[in-house]
Every structure is written in C-alpha cells, then in structure tokens.
Ligand binder design. Structure first.
Ligand code: HEC
Length: 146
C-alpha cells in the first residue's frame, strides 16, 4: 500500500495525466486517510496519550492527501462502474458540489495542520472539523454497503 501511495505522489509530482486505475488509486488515497484518522481517533478518545509528533504526522498526511484529491484524475467520467467502488453516481451528477466538498476537505486539513494542536482538547476541535469533512462527503457521495 505504501508503495502505491508513493507511486501516486510521484505521478502527481510529474504532473502526468490519466492514471491507470482511478478506482484503486482513490481507494488507496482514502485508505491512507482512514489510517491517519486511525492514529488520531484513539488520542481524541483518551485511549492513547497525546503524542505531538504522531499527531502532526497524521495531520500532514491528511493535508497532503486532500491536495492529491484531483477530481478529474481520480474520478474520471464512467469510473462509477467497472470496479468494486462505493463512489456514488451523484459525483458525476453534481460535480460542482463534490468539488466543493474536496475544497472544504483541503481547507479543513490545512487549517488543522496550521493550528498545530498542542493537547487533546485542541486536537478534539481540529479532529471534529476534519471528521465532519470526511463524513459530509461520504454522506452525499458514497454508497453505503450492506
Ligand atoms: C470529497 C469527498 C470525500 C472526502 C472529503 C473524504 N472521502 Fe473517503 N471516500 C470518498 C469516496 C467517493 C469514496 C469511495 C471511493 C470508491 O470506492 O471508489 C471514499 C472511500 C473511503 C474509504 C474506503 C476506501 C476503500 O478501500 O474502499 C475510506 C476508509 C475513507 N473514504 C476514509 C475517509 C476519511 C477518514 C476521510 C477524512 C479524513 C475521507 N475519507 C474523506 C469521498 C471522500
């Protein structure tokens, strides 16, 4: 997975168009989001001690992933089909709304990183904002399975 993410970054840096498998690529990006959120959630819940370094690394990952959320590349027309995807057809019916969610996610992750939370209470505020961004997009643009 890590290799795939590095590959995605390399492609993004090179500015190459058209990815081979946009469904796999966007799911890899989302899995990395899940992993970063998985570092923060137990800290917010008080299950793990506040670790400034781990928190900042996770926030940086989220901010970088938000930047990589290129709708044209990762959600090309027709990619609601042809693979095991939970992307909702609404992405292609209301693309401007979807793009707005992407922009919000970018702004929220950048703000959280800039805020550089120094304790659990500060992290709670930032994590709440990011979580609402994830959930807000999933609510509208992801098909719930089972
Ligand atoms: C702009 C919209 C948007 C935002 C913001 C967003 N997601 Fe997603 N997410 C999606 C879509 C669309 C899918 C379905 C992708 C697919 O299956 O093709 C998805 C899928 C996922 C998946 C499943 C990946 C898989 O392997 O099938 C996880 C985990 C996930 N998101 C976590 C997160 C987390 C955590 C955040 C916030 C930190 C987040 N997402 C923010 C739109 C978004």
């Amino acid at each position: 997975m890590r290799k795939l993410i590095i590959a995605i970054s390399a492609i993004a840096l090179a500015g190459t168009a058209a990815m081979a498998d946009p469904i796999a690529d966007r799911q890899a990006l989302m899995k990395a989001n899940g992993k970063a959120a998985g570092v923060l959630a137990p800290i917010v819940k008080g299950e793990k001690p506040f670790d400034a370094e781990a928190v900042m690394a996770a926030l940086k990952t989220l901010e970088e992933n938000a930047d990589k959320l290129d709708v044209a590349k990762l959600f090309p027309a027709g990619s609601d089909k042809g693979g095991d995807t939970t992307a909702s057809p609404k992405i292609w019916e209301a693309t401007a709304d979807f793009q707005a969610k992407v922009e919000k996610f970018k702004a929220d992750t950048a703000a959280a990183l800039a805020a550089a939370p120094k304790d659990v209470s500060e992290l709670k505020t930032q994590f709440g904002m990011i979580g609402a961004s994830c959930g807000g997009c999933h609510e509208s643009f992801r098909i719930k399975k089972g």
